[in-house]
Design a protein around this ligand. Structure first.
Ligand SMILES: C[S@@+](CC[C@H](N)C(=O)[O-])C[C@H]1O[C@@H](n2cnc3c(N)ncnc32)[C@H](O)[C@@H]1O
Length: 337
């Protein structure tokens, strides 16, 4: 029995949590129906939004006012307006558009519906580290997460002073996805030469994004399984962005060792992950991501900086440090002695 008296405890907080699914799906409905986009040309009434977005008027007041309550729209009189946050992140023409992520929420939710069973058995719903489950999943998904990592990718390029390069600098982007990490590096200097490693169909996305960002001439493409494909040698930098969590500890340790072998002496490694506190008890986002890995992977997980730093040292890296970067966690850097 707890110590709080019955009158001090209400189910209100728990019931609010029960409705936690509604806001992301409401954001998705608004993005999907171009509600934020219609407001870029100026504030509008509900009728004007309904006309311009071609949506019915029945649900729209609830959707608009929910978004106002959530701070994603403002209202003045009977006119709705974007807020700085929605204007930056939920308007599809914005370079920092994060709305595409919401299109994939239904996929994630459908897998999370298997969470009770996954908790009982320790077995996932799907295994996105495999080509069978992962290649199509990531082909759909990776471009949507480009804007979430691009600011951190630019921070990495600046921290490594890539803009000052005087000679060719060879980068391996492991599980390149959209290519976000190596694209920021390639943009920093024409001396950067990238090898992008991923499944063949996902490399089509990498190629498309690198073309759009005008750096595709600096790219080579290495299709294959990151667990066993032969890595190029003599590298200056290996970037492993959001990969270790789906690999699990043993496969991650093997990958880090192979990457260390592929680097030239003095070469660097950069890792991005959702990092737990040292005691493993927080923050909330990495904990949720740990459950995400349970339902999506065979051995995937999340770890603390200290744990991954230890694997890097075991793999042969020195000068392991955290680089503060925009996003939920710092980057982890290491150097081959
Ligand atoms: C979460 S995404 C990260 C993409 C990118 N690095 C980023 O940070 O945005 C994981 C990427 O790794 C790729 N991947 C996962 N397992 C792989 C494997 N065994 N072989 C090759 N690529 C794999 C996926 O196709 C996907 O592009």
């Amino acid at each position: 029995m707890g110590t709080a008296s019955p009158s001090a405890v209400t189910p209100q907080r728990i019931m609010q949590m029960a409705w936690g699914f509604a806001l992301p799906l409401a954001i998705q409905a608004a993005v999907n129906n171009y509600i934020f986009d219609t407001l870029t040309a100026g504030n509008k009434t509900l009728d004007e939004i309904a006309d311009q977005a071609h949506v019915a008027k029945r649900g729209l007041p609830f959707l608009l006012n929910l978004l106002v309550e959530a701070g994603l729209l403002a209202v003045e009189g009977d006119r709705y307006a974007l807020t700085p946050e929605s204007e930056t992140f939920l308007v599809s023409s914005s370079p920092a558009f994060h709305g595409a992520f919401f299109a994939h929420i239904q996929d994630l939710i459908s897998h999370w519906l298997g969470l009770p069973e996954a908790i009982r058995t320790g077995q996932p719903r799907v295994r996105v580290e495999s080509q069978t489950d992962g290649a199509a999943f990531f082909e759909e998904f990776v471009e949507a997460i480009f804007p979430t990592s691009y600011p951190a990718a630019r921070t990495l390029a600046a921290a490594l002073s890539l803009e000052q390069l005087q000679q060719p600098y060879r980068v391996l982007d492991v599980g390149a996805g959209s290519g976000v990490w190596s694209i920021a590096a390639a943009q920093a200097s024409p001396q950067v030469q990238v090898t992008a490693l991923d499944w063949p169909n996902v490399l089509d996305v990498t190629r498309r994004v690198a073309t759009r960002m005008a750096v595709v001439d600096q790219y080579e493409f290495l299709p294959g399984n990151l667990r066993d494909v032969a890595l190029p040698s003599g590298l200056d930098l290996v970037v492993i962005g959001h990969i270790l969590h789906s690999e699990g500890e043993q496969a991650s340790r093997r990958l880090l060792k192979r990457c260390c072998d592929a680097l030239k002496p003095g070469g660097r490694i950069a890792i991005q992950e959702f990092l737990l506190n040292d005691d493993g008890r927080g923050p909330m986002q990495p904990l949720m991501f740990g459950l995400n890995m349970l339902v999506h992977t065979t051995e995937g997980s999340v770890w603390s900086f200290a744990e991954i730093a230890g694997w890097l040292r075991d793999a042969g890296f020195a000068e392991v440090e955290a680089l503060p970067a925009p996003g939920p966690s710092p980057l982890i850097l290491g150097r081959k002695p």
